[in-house]
Design a protein around this ligand. Structure first.
Ligand code: UGA
Length: 440
């Protein structure tokens, strides 16, 4: 099929590359000339495992191209996918629809009746009712068009985008008009042939499924974070508790790892959106509110743990941080828990010195926090440190050379906020080791 994708970010680019991999003819549109030039040279604008290789091979096969020319891209397409950002508006709590509305306007201005029937699929996460609104907008701009707007929310995770896209557990299709179904069935045939369920529902329900999924997962993470604290207080072991409850298939074993709090461009924004909507409709999702509240308190809880590990004395301390992105396998620092933790540390004690290392996110974090020292080597970062804080679960941290680390640090204290180090090895080497939710 011929597909045009508007937006080449964390969702749009993997979507385009994967649809090309499935044998479609894909054109990705972006307004940035530089981005297009880079993509034409196989340079991707963010870190995502396997994406570059897959892009290169599909480009060589002539299945994916990049352009600034939206008009040309959409005229030839059967399906136009919109995957632009919908960031949260801090004042209203609602998603900002500026980019998506601009995309709709541009489509309306560049399509005509003669271009034939098109399905416009919205992959951006949008408030309930937005797909319907976008459809009336496009027809208002250009009433001659033959278009249907369908909601196909995306469930891929950053860092696992390719495998999540190609091996989804389900595909949600929000459709209010049967005319679009034939094209959608054709587009997703490679998945239905593999018995991956396509769930057809109304557009509003599809929009809701997306918010409900992210909120539910966020609630799960908040729950396990608070439970880890309780385990610490009572002497239980969160690792056994997560395993014990997760084996009950009604609960499920995933998203039961405690950490410094959820972050990223999705959970925080989507939970605020659905909470705001629920309150406006006088049916408040109090459980979502509790999770947001718990997550925003998380950095303070972590700070208390750091202070405790340093005997309540932060004065002149050298602090090393491993991991700055909001989780491993991405360079994305949006709503990273590292941000409030670093800022709070600096506010609490001005004499501290912070060194930081991330395999991919140093540059992005520098745009947010410029007054810490960035390192390209994790051991250099830990040199003379009084405490090492392991903030994200990058595999190279789990594979640490314990002897080398021991020799390079000054005070031998580690806070493992992802429970990824080997407690036995760390303690035997003589470290004061503080994991989350258990005592080593
Ligand atoms: C999330 C969803 O998982 C995707 O299904 C969805 O498509 C995406 O948002 C989106 O809306 O676009 P993502 O933001 O990439 O994906 O990150 P997750 O892997 O879900 O992690 C979210 C946060 O929860 C991270 O900060 C992570 O460290 C934290 N987390 C996750 C934990 O602290 N513990 C866990 O056990 C799992």
């Amino acid at each position: 099929m011929k597909i045009a994708i508007i937006g080449t970010g964390y969702v749009g680019l993997p979507t385009g590359v994967c649809f090309a991999e499935l044998g479609n003819q894909v054109v990705c549109v972006d307004s940035s000339e530089l981005k297009i030039q880079n993509l034409n040279n196989n340079i991707i604008p963010f870190y995502e495992p396997d994406l570059q290789d897959l892009l290169k091979s599909n480009k060589e096969l002539g299945r994916i191209t990049f352009t600034k020319n939206l008009s040309l891209a959409i005229k030839n397409a059967n399906i136009i996918i919109i995957a632009v950002g919908t960031p949260s508006n801090k004042e209203t709590g609602h998603a900002d629809l500026t980019f998506i509305k601009n995309a709709i306007l541009e489509i309306a201005q560049n399509l005509s009746k003669e271009d034939g029937y098109k399905v416009i699929a919205i992959k951006s996460t949008v408030p309930i009712g937005t797909n319907k609104l976008l459809e009336s907008l496009i027809l208002q701009y250009n009433s001659n068009l033959q278009v249907d707007i369908v909601s196909i929310p995306e469930f891929l995770r950053e860092g696992k985008a390719i495998s999540d896209f190609l091996n989804p557990e389900r595909i949600i299709i929000g459709i209010d008009n049967d005319r679009a179904k034939e094209l959608i069935d054709k587009l997703y045939k490679p998945f239905t042939e593999r018995h991956i369920p396509l769930v057809f529902c109304s557009r509003k329900s599809a929009e809701m499924i997306k918010y409900a999924s992210n909120s539910f997962l966020g609630i799960k993470v908040s729950f396990i974070n608070e439970l880890a604290d309780l385990c610490e207080a009572l002497g239980a072991d969160i690792r056994d508790v997560s395993k014990g409850i997760g084996l009950d298939s009604r609960i499920g074993s995933k998203f039961l790892l405690p950490g410094p709090g959820f972050g990223g461009s999705c959970f925080p924004k989507d939970m605020i959106e659905i909470l705001t909507t629920s309150k406006e409709n006088k049916t408040p999702l109090t459980i979502v509110e509790a999770s947001i509240h718990s997550n925003s308190n998380r950095s303070e809880k972590i700070l208390q743990k750091i202070e405790k590990a340093l005997n309540n004395n932060l004065f002149n301390k050298q602090i090393a941080i491993w991991g700055l992105s909001f989780k491993a396998e991405t360079d994305d620092v949006r709503f990273s828990p590292a941000i409030p933790i670093i800022k709070k540390l600096q506010e609490r004690e001005t004499s501290i010195n912070i060194n930081a290392f991330d395999p991919e996110a140093n540059q992005n974090m520098f745009q947010v926090i410029s007054n810490i020292n960035y390192f390209d080597d994790m051991y250099e970062c830990a040199k003379n440190a009084d405490v090492l804080i392991v903030m994200t679960e990058w595999p190279i941290f789990a594979d640490v050379d314990i002897d080398k680390l021991y020799k390079t640090m000054r005070l031998k204290t580690i806070l493992d906020l992802r429970n990824i180090l080997n407690p036995k090895k760390v303690v035997e080497r003589g470290f004061n080791y503080f994991p989350l939710g258990f005592y080593a």
